[in-house]
Design a protein around this ligand. Structure first.
Ligand SMILES: NC(=O)c1ccc[n+]([C@@H]2O[C@H](COP(=O)([O-])OP(=O)(O)OC[C@H]3O[C@@H](n4cnc5c(N)ncnc54)[C@H](O)[C@@H]3O)[C@@H](O)[C@H]2O)c1
Length: 351
């Protein structure tokens, strides 16, 4: 039986491949159209997915009256113009992270969303991971009490992505902050209950990529055109008095071969660690230390799951599970970090 909602995917290079299984598994959606400026990629993915409406111009996919949902998987710089055009054409939009490189861009997307009445969601797949959901359920039950401090980091040692969409500022607007900082920051803010960020103090570094022979395990030498940060750290204040310490890197002399991604949440009743999903307390009445590890849940691959959830929201008129307003907070913090690093002082966030 034909499914109700037809999906068009724009930018079918890397990450789009993790979305296709979700669109296929959803009872509501099927992928009918693809767009990529690289014709060879477009034809190859067309054959792999069975989608037959293939466009080298994204505008033609957006103009396709048969497409109901547009899934944007291009480099960051194209997210805003494509999402705004798709919303104006009356399509629902799932957009890869970062939703856009600046708060001003996200404002344009929110305005287009509100005018169209369609759904807009950022593809923050870590929210759809089984263990994230399990910990969030405990947090929402109040197990940690008031979360007044958090620490989170996403550190890579020698893993700079070597595609220009990542290391050229004009295409990405930033390095690991914008690429992977958005993952751990979105997850941390979500766990904290999305308090409003009000101030940031941060630094960025590019000490290692400038050294002769600097390399990435993903393909060798760092291109000399590399013009974003390789590492950053920040201290963030929120309107409810809570604070957060954040660290991200693509290049850092840190003892990890892959990715060291962790988060600590500190509440007035208990603390929690992700991804171990441990809850720790100190019991005053018995003067004991306790640690409970949540049972491991078995969930779907999270990129596929986010597409399935998005399709369900479209089909059943539910609100966006990753609202653009929450992505705006993430990007405002990261843009604030860049400004603070330049000014060498804490900056107040106004957006
Ligand atoms: N959620 C995640 O885990 C995750 C992981 C990697 C990348 N991403 C995000 O996905 C996006 C794409 O990253 P990627 O790794 O797939 O990059 P990629 O370079 O592998 O693929 C991007 C594709 O978009 C095409 N493209 C570029 N401009 C286009 C345009 N104007 N119209 C149509 N096609 C265009 C390119 O030809 C390429 O095939 C980025 O925003 C990135 O941040 C998310």
């Amino acid at each position: 039986m034909a499914k109700t909602y037809k999906v068009g995917v724009i930018g079918v290079g890397g990450i789009a491949n993790t979305h296709f299984p979700g669109w296929k598994e959803s009872p509501h959606t099927e992928v009918v159209a693809l767009s990529d400026i690289d014709d060879a990629t477009l034809q190859r993915v067309g054959e792999q997915t069975g989608a037959t409406r293939l466009y080298t111009k994204a505008a033609d996919l957006i103009a396709d009256a048969d497409v109901d949902i547009v899934d944007i998987c291009t480099p960051n710089a194209f997210h805003t113009p494509l999402a705004v055009a798709a919303l104006e054409a009356g399509k629902h939009v799932l957009c890869e992270k970062p939703l856009a490189p600046t708060p001003a861009d996200i404002k344009k997307m929110i305005a287009a969303r509100d005018k169209s009445g369609k759904l807009l969601m950022t593809a923050q797949h870590f929210r759809f991971q089984d263990r994230s959901r399990a910990l969030k359920a405990e947090v929402d039950k109040g197990v940690l009490g008031d979360i007044y401090h958090a620490r989170s980091w996403m550190l890579r040692r020698c893993l700079t992505p070597l595609r220009p969409g990542f290391y050229l500022k004009k295409l990405s607007n930033g390095g690991p902050c914008i690429d992977i900082g958005v993952h751990i920051l979105d997850l941390t803010l979500w766990m904290m209950g999305n308090p409003k960020p009000v101030a940031v103090s941060g630094i960025t570094q590019d000490k290692l990529v400038k050294q002769p022979g600097a390399f990435s395990m993903w393909g060798g030498e760092i291109p000399k055109e590399f013009d974003v940060e390789e590492m950053a750290a920040a201290f963030v204040r929120f309107d409810n008095g809570a604070t957060l310490m954040l660290e991200v890197s693509w290049q850092l002399h840190h003892d990890t071969m892959g990715e060291d991604m962790q988060m600590w949440l500190y509440g007035d009743k208990a603390g929690a660690h992700w991804p171990e999903n441990a809850i720790v307390t100190s019991l005053n009445d018995t003067q004991q230390l306790t640690k409970t590890v949540l049972q491991k849940a078995q969930g779907r691959e999270p990129h596929a799951e986010e597409c399935i959830v998005f399709a369900d929201c479209v089909a059943n008129d539910k609100p966006s599970p990753v609202p653009a307003e929450q992505s705006m907070d993430v990007i405002a913090i990261l843009n604030g970090l860049y400004q603070s690093s330049e000014k060498k002082k804490e900056v107040t966030l106004k957006y």
